[in-house]
Write a protein that binds this ligand. Structure first.
Ligand SMILES: [Zn+2]
Length: 145
C-alpha cells in the first residue's frame, strides 16, 4: 500500500509503490529517473574527463619527446661532424708527413748522388796524380841509369 508524498525536486504529489519504500523514497518516478540518468551522465563525464587528462598527460610527454628530437639530432650531427673533422685532420697530417718523408727521401738521394760524384771526381784526380807520379818515377829511374 503506497503513501502519498510531495516530490522534493518538482514539488508534485506522488504515491510510493509501497508503505515500506515511503521512508526512503522522496522523489517522484520521473525525478528519480532523471536523477539516475544525471548520475550516469556525470559518471560518463567523469570517466571521459579522466581519459582526457590521461591523453593530455601522454600528449605533453610526447611533445617533450618531440622537442628533444632536434636537440638529439643536433647533438648526433655535431658528433658526426666532429668525427669527420678529426678524420680529415688525421688525413691531412698523414698527407703532410708523407710529403715530408718524400722531400727528405729526395734530399737524401740528391745528397747521396752528390757524394758519389765527389768521390768519383776525387778518384779521377787521384788517378791523374798517380799517372803523373808514375811518369816522374820513370823519368827519375831513367836519369839514374
Ligand atoms: Zn518529481
Amino acid at each position: 500500500m503506497g503513501v502519498e508524498k510531495t516530490c522534493k525536486v518538482c514539488k508534485e504529489q506522488f504515491t510510493t509503490t509501497s508503505f515500506k519504500s515511503a521512508t526512503t523514497i522522496n522523489m517522484c518516478d520521473k525525478c528519480y529517473g532523471s536523477k539516475k540518468r544525471t548520475q550516469a551522465e556525470m559518471n560518463i563525464v567523469a570517466s571521459f574527463n579522466n581519459k582526457i587528462v590521461a591523453v593530455e598527460t601522454r600528449l605533453s610527454k610526447l611533445e617533450k619527446a618531440i622537442e628533444m628530437i632536434p636537440i638529439l639530432i643536433g647533438a648526433e650531427v655535431s658528433n658526426a661532424l666532429t668525427n669527420i673533422t678529426e678524420i680529415d685532420m688525421l688525413s691531412t697530417i698523414n698527407k703532410s708527413i708523407q710529403l715530408e718523408y718524400k722531400k727528405r727521401d729526395k734530399k737524401m738521394k740528391s745528397e747521396h748522388n752528390k757524394r758519389i760524384k765527389e768521390i768519383d771526381n776525387f778518384k779521377e784526380k787521384l788517378q791523374k796524380q798517380i799517372v803523373t807520379l808514375n811518369n816522374k818515377i820513370i823519368n827519375i829511374i831513367k836519369e839514374m841509369d
